[in-house]
Write a protein that binds this ligand. Structure first.
Ligand code: NAP
Length: 441
């Protein structure tokens, strides 16, 4: 059995996932030891770097020390020379396992038109790797001069197929090297700098939340999207392989860690997965299946209202009117969004008619999925349900017309408010399978 003493240096470290990830890798690979956090400020680095190099088998390095650590090392691996930054130290030698993590994600780049967003540390690494793979690379950065600096660096290394991005072009692959969409700003999406081709691939370096809203939006369009969590796990595995080369790294056991890391992330940085849509779209059924699958609580907002009011919704409408109901609905939604922990919430079909609710959702750490079903599909699902006031008409024809009119009036609101629109015309198993695809790690 291999034994190591390892850790992470950085400043600040906050709620780092690294100890959990490394402990899981060690457990799966028969490595005995410890992985601890060392919050070291830039001023303290000269004092502690030599001590840690002596005391530990090795350590990971994060912001702001990835470059600052270099003068303390005796030697560095070729990738560190290439990118001028180290994220892993073993003894007194520096390595860059972010490259291993990125390459292990299998992002298509060979002979592809690739758009890179950002010109920081990770973007720099992805730019060179894309060019090495034979990509035709365009770089976008919010400060265009920073994109030009990176383009010049690439050219100095002998790569010619690299240029500034032009807006409106179509790309086979988009690489996100910006923090857009990272928790807590989960409603941010990547800058609109290019279009992803049909069948194209989006790679997100962001791993929290997993997946980001952008990843989910591309998946809903049927495109391939890879979340940064895989890169995070694989760079950690690469570091363990350096520290404990004799350990047994079993790919199957290691891949099983990924969903657990995501679950842990959802515990530390909670997300609410919210389903909206018209009656009969499947919000409650799919919501419950999703919550069971992820082993997180399920909340049906209408049930909560009934619980608080102590009477059926129809009775609240009849006794107190719609305004009172909508006020209650708003207060209960607010309360549920403020509850600690991740959860799945299904909304009543009329929640978004209150603009205040849309604003509430946009302020919360949540993703709003609109289950979009055709009128004829909805009708088949609900036509015998006389408990629904809208369908309580003199005949089926009138009930159908009432339903279509209401659906048409609400559809634009669902479309506008939703983060992700998912077709919901098939049976529950198919819709649920599509939901799980949206949430792949
Ligand atoms: P970095 O060196 O600070 O670079 C960030 C880049 O994003 C810069 O080009 C920055 O532009 C740009 N940017 C920042 N905010 C932006 C915004 N609102 N809109 C557009 N562009 C914006 O950071 P990094 O180390 O490269 O990390 C970038 C991301 O990768 C982070 O989210 C990090 O968590 C992630 N990451 C993931 C892994 C993994 O294993 N999955 C590993 C490393 C990093 P300016 O220069 O103008 O500020």
């Amino acid at each position: 059995m291999s034994a190591i003493k390892a850790g992470l240096i950085g400043y600040p470290l906050g709620h780092s996932m690294s100890p959990y990830i490394h402990e899981r890798i060690m457990e799966a690979s028969g490595i005995f030891g410890k992985y601890e956090l060392y919050e070291i400020s830039p001023e303290e680095l000269p004092k502690y770097a030599p001590i840690l190099m002596k005391e530990l088998t090795g350590f990971n390095v994060t912001i702001p020390h990835k470059v600052a650590i270099l003068p303390f090392l005796d030697d560095v691996a070729p990738m560190v020379k290439e990118y001028g930054a180290a994220n892993t130290v073993c003894g007194r030698i520096g390595y860059n396992t972010d490259v291993d993590g990125f390459l292990s994600c299998g992002v298509p780049m060979k002979d592809k038109k690739v758009l890179l967003l950002g010109a920081g540390g990770v973007a720099r690494m992805m730019a060179i790797e894309a060019l090495k793979a034979g990509a035709d690379l365009s770089i976008w950065a919010r400060s265009p001069e920073k994109a030009l600096v990176l383009i010049d660096e690439c050219k100095e290394k002998g790569y010619e197929k690299v240029k500034p991005a032009e807006s409106g072009l179509v790309y086979d692959t988009i690489l996100n090297g910006t923090p857009c969409g990272m928790w807590p700003k989960v409603h941010d999406v990547i800058p609109d700098a290019g279009i992803l081709a049909e069948g194209g691939t989006f790679f997100d370096t962001i791993y929290n939340p997993c997946p980001t809203k952008t990843c989910m939006q591309y998946r809903a369009e049927g495109k391939n999207a890879i979340s940064g969590l895989k890169m995070l796990l694989n760079q950690a595995i690469a570091a363990e392989k350096i520290w404990a080369p004799d350990a047994h790294f079993d790919d199957k056991r290691l891949s099983e860690i990924l969903p657990d890391v995501r679950k842990k992330l959802w515990e530390k940085n909670p997300m609410k997965m919210i389903f909206t849509g018209f009656m009969g779209a499947g919000k409650t059924t799919i919501g419950r299946m999703t919550a069971n699958y992820f082993k997180i609580p399920f909340i049906d907002l209408d049930d909560k209202i009934v619980e608080v009011a102590g009477c059926p919704i129809r009775e609240i409408f009849e006794k107190d009117g719609e305004e009172t109901f909508r006020r209650m609905e708003h207060e209960i939604l607010k309360r549920e969004l403020e509850q600690p922990g991740s959860a799945v919430i299904s909304l009543g079909g009329g929640v978004l008619t209150n603009e205040k609710n849309e604003a509430l959702l946009k302020e919360s750490k949540s993703v709003l999925i609109y289950l979009k079903a055709k009128p004829e599909v909805i009708w088949e699902r609900v036509k015998h349900d006389r408990s629904r006031p809208l369908l309580d008409a003199k005949d089926a024809d009138t009930a159908y017309k009432n339903m279509v009119a209401r659906l048409e009036s609400r559809e634009p609101t669902y479309e506008r408010a939703a983060d992700v629109v998912l077709e919901a015309n098939e049976n529950a198993e198919v819709i649920f399978a599509n939901v799980t695809k949206l949430f792949e790690t």
